[in-house]
Write a protein that binds this ligand. Structure first.
Ligand code: PMP
Length: 465
């Protein structure tokens, strides 16, 4: 027997120093939803404020305005001095310790901060290591609570068509069953019950929601019928309130969230709101569920379980959280396993991430740069900057909600071509399906928002016009 490793000639790869970063990446690393040899299009050389320094395959450098805030997360910009200092200070203390049997100031301080900020009544916190895991834990909690109540037949979830909640198995199950990954993992993704996608709504210039009343009434009737038909087997309702992100950047009437709260109460279900993308001000409210408040700002609906992530650490480190009400925690506590919530990852409550998250929340709510003003300003600049896109023949819709701007084409975006054209004009976007969308850092200066919007309008026109 000869060893294949001795017999087969092997070409030694060129030393890393002589190959470009992009060449070393291709075939080595997976990037999101891509084959291993797809490689990345650009290498990041540096990042500061709302800008990234990119290098392309030809070695050319591009300084671009980041329209993506690293997928909704870098709300305070890159190399933020306050967040940098918080990370350094915690490093000098300790960067990680296990959370089983131990606790520390960064975790306790962050949990106190989250409870104080979140809709009233959400008083218990589970610190998870990513958004998907926080939703996974929320679903698990819902099942455990129903079982603790003696409702052992309640093992399914009610979700919205067009939703997105993560890439783990349970979360894939509550993602849109057609556009999500159900077909690829058929038989393995738990089959859940879905309500139709709620009708579209847009926030008018006067801050009033505009939508088709008839379409909303029809959606509500269908939702009530489906919920009633499946109630005995349902544990919880799961949704992204008011804005469905990865499932199509689709805003819908806040009244829908109120209907879901009513259905949950009527049928003994828990209401799980996934604010991983919408939380911390992105839609123009601190939490998107607050859009359900009356004109006096009171009476917003409160979920039984809330998930947050992404912007929680200002995009510095991976961290998410699940919060629940005292009633939910009490029901869990009365269940088997001594009331334990059956989850506990190695990096739970990572001190470094918690310290940066606390600093990020301080920045968000501090007086120096109040989030409300930042997002309102961003909203009006995005409205102005993206408005010309509405005049392009290839554009079906232009919409803005808070710090989210969307240009929807009349067909699929040529992603590599649009990306190239936008980068050449000094901005970074990551289109998908028929959407070129942005959610820039809240701190993006006026001239950078203008450059970002102009790059999109011109780039889309150049490729699809
Ligand atoms: N829920 C929503 C609404 C999201 O937008 C995302 C991420 N795009 C997730 C859950 C999953 O979060 P993560 O990628 O951190 O696992």
């Amino acid at each position: 027997m000869t060893s294949p490793t001795l017999d087969q000639p092997r070409t030694a790869p060129a030393p890393p120093g002589r190959r470009s970063l992009l060449a070393r990446d291709a075939g080595l690393l997976w990037h999101p939803y891509a084959p291993v040899d797809a490689g990345a299009l650009y290498a990041v050389r540096d990042a500061r404020g709302a800008r990234l320094g990119l290098e392309d395959a030809a070695g050319a450098r591009h300084e671009v305005v980041d329209g993506m805030a690293s997928w909704w997360s870098a709300i305070h910009g890159y190399r933020n001095p306050v967040l940098d200092a918080a990370a350094r200070e915690q490093l000098d203390s300790f960067s990680h310790v296990m959370f089983g049997g131990l606790t520390h100031e960064p975790a306790v301080g962050l949990a106190e901060r989250l409870v104080a900020m979140a809709p009233a009544g959400l008083e218990h916190v589970f610190l998870a290591d990513s958004g998907s895991i926080s939703v996974e834990v929320a679903l698990k909690l819902a099942l455990q609570v129903q079982a603790a109540r003696g409702e052992t037949r309640r093992t399914r979830f009610l979700a919205l068509r067009g939703g997105y909640h993560g890439d783990t198995f349970a979360t894939m199950g509550v993602c849109d069953p057609v556009d999500g990954m159900h077909a690829e993992f058929s038989g393995l993704v738990p089959a859940q019950v879905f309500l139709p996608r709620p009708p579209a709504a847009r926030l008018g210039a006067d801050e009033a929601w505009e939508y088709d009343d008839g379409a909303l009434a029809a959606w509500e009737a269908a939702a009530r019928e489906t919920a009633a038909a499946h109630a005995p087997e349902l544990a919880a309702i799961v949704c992204e309130p008011v804005l469905q992100g990865a499932g199509g950047m689709h805003a819908y009437p806040p009244a829908v969230v109120r209907v879901l709260r009513e259905l949950a109460d009527e049928h003994g279900l828990l209401l799980v709101l996934d604010e991983i993308a919408t939380g911390f001000g992105r839609t123009g409210r601190l939490f998107a569920s607050e859009w359900t408040a009356g004109p006096d700002g009171r009476g917003a609906i409160v979920p039984d379980i809330l998930c947050v992530g992404k912007a929680l650490t200002g995009g510095y480190l991976t961290l998410a959280a699940m919060l629940c009400t005292t009633a939910v925690a009490a029901d869990l506590g009365a269940g088997p396993n001594g009331g334990a919530l059956l989850h506990g990852p190695t990096f739970m409550g990572n001190p470094l991430a918690c310290a940066v998250a606390t600093a990020s929340l301080d920045l968000l709510t501090g007086s120096r740069q109040p989030w409300g003003e930042q997002v309102e300003t961003l909203q009006s600049r995005l409205r102005t900057g993206l408005a010309p896109a509405a005049g392009l023949d290839c554009v079906r819709d232009v919409r803005v909600l808070g710090g989210v701007g969307v240009v929807q084409l009349d067909g699929p975006v040529d992603v590599p071509a649009v990306t190239r054209e936008v980068v050449a004009r000094g901005a970074w976007v990551r289109p998908f399906r028929d959407l070129v969308y942005v959610m820039p850092p809240y701190v993006t200066p006026a001239e950078d928002v203008a450059r970002l919007c102009a790059a999109i309008v011109e780039g889309v026109d150049r490729v699809h016009g």
